[in-house]
Design a protein around this ligand. Structure first.
Ligand SMILES: Cc1ncc(COP(=O)(O)O)c(C=O)c1O
Length: 355
């Protein structure tokens, strides 16, 4: 990398984008400063405005909803399925109204949502789909890559993700009609990308936008992993499958549920979670593992019951599955550098715990 070319849209950003486009078959990939920012770009591209309704699972990351709240949309929280913990497609149609502009879904733990039915419902109601694919890069639903079903797919390269540059993301654009405006929004509302391609002789302010371009320093770091993504995924698969195999008897005898991956989904091996019988047993296992020097953590708190989420009218009891699983879910240590011995220690410590 020449030291003069460390801003955005240089050699390595282009390499990352080309790899994502060629591998996934997305019309356009734009690397961004974060997944949160790719979500914000989606909201701007869909012209989400005050009075619009956007459906978001309550069992979600804050940004999944916040990017649309920023545009003054009314957030309508949806419940999730008890098996995959993904948006419950059987209850989606009931919460669509004439004001619904978009549905944002998460392929939780990198396991695909039921895209056939969700796609049908969205098409019939003229509602756009945004796939928050922060967990699901390189996962598939019915042999098609996650992130390529919606108008947009958004990726995260935060340090907690399978492939990471510390902080970073990408916007996958599956409808070419949005490409030109996406480039403008990402470049502070200017047509600078067209200028760099020689399509205009100077660049100027043409639309709203912000600074969503990833530095090429981070893109270089990212590309080194994207180039070898199959080996990263293969290592994560090994870790995931070992947990599933070695904890299977323990989970059965102790009433603990392991992740469920439907046969038509190829998961992205992002996470290995346990669903304990109760909140008390979940907390006890976290404490037991901590006493053994092992960090295991819970996950999303229901957004409809969060301080900000309450303003959309949510009440305890509204979304039964979300409220239940949020209390009982625990994530085991899961990262590429986890050694065989470290994983053995985790598995042995879990086996010593009786809920
Ligand atoms: C589902 C989901 N969406 C969005 C994000 C935000 O990603 P970023 O930190 O890249 O903005 C996260 C982060 O953990 C996430 O889990």
């Amino acid at each position: 990398m020449s030291i003069g070319q460390i801003a955005g849209d240089q050699t390595y950003s282009r390499k990352c984008q080309a790899l994502l486009e060629q591998t996934l078959g997305a019309h356009k990939a734009l690397v961004t400063t974060s997944c949160t920012h790719a979500l914000e770009m989606s909201a701007l591209l869909l012209d989400i405005q005050a009075g619009d309704e956007v459906i978001v699972p309550s069992f979600a990351f804050v940004s999944t909803a916040n990017a649309f709240a920023l545009r003054d949309a009314r957030i309508v929280f949806a419940d999730v399925r008890p098996d995959t913990l993904n948006l419950d497609e059987t209850r989606l149609e009931a919460i669509i109204t004439p004001k619904t502009k978009a549905v944002v879904l998460i392929h939780y733990a990198g396991v695909g949502c039921e895209m056939d039915l969700i796609g049908d419902i969205a098409r019939r109601h003229g509602v756009k789909i945004i796939e928050d694919n922060a967990h699901g890069l390189f996962g598939k639903y019915r042999d098609r890559w996650l992130g390529t079903f919606g108008e947009f797919g958004v990726q995260s390269f935060h340090e907690t993700k399978n492939i990471s540059c510390g902080e970073g993301g990408a916007l996958l654009i599956n409808n070419p009609a949005y490409i030109e405006r996406a480039e403008i929004i990402r470049e502070k509302g200017t047509n600078r990308s067209m200028f760099f391609r020689g399509q205009v002789d100077k660049y100027t302010w043409v639309d709203v936008g912000s600074s969503y371009v990833m530095s090429d320093v981070l893109a270089a770091f990212l590309f080194a992993q994207l180039e070898v993504w199959p080996s990263i995924q293969a290592r994560r698969r090994q870790i995931w499958e070992r947990y599933a195999f070695e904890l299977s008897d323990w989970s059965r005898t102790n009433g603990v549920r392991l992740p469920i991956v439907p046969p038509h989904c190829e998961q992205a091996y992002h996470m290995f979670y346990l669903l304990l019988p109760t909140l008390a047993t979940r907390q006890a296992l976290i404490a037991h593992l901590a006493a053994n020097g092992i960090l295991a953590v819970f996950h999303y708190l229901p957004l409809h019951l969060s301080k900000f989420g309450l303003r959309y009218g949510g009440r305890a009891g509204d979304l039964a599955v979300t409220e239940d699983i949020s209390d009982r879910l625990l994530r085991l240590p899961f990262f590429c550098a986890l050694t065989h011995e470290e994983q053995t220690r985790v598995i042995e410590a879990v086996w010593k715990f009786k809920p």
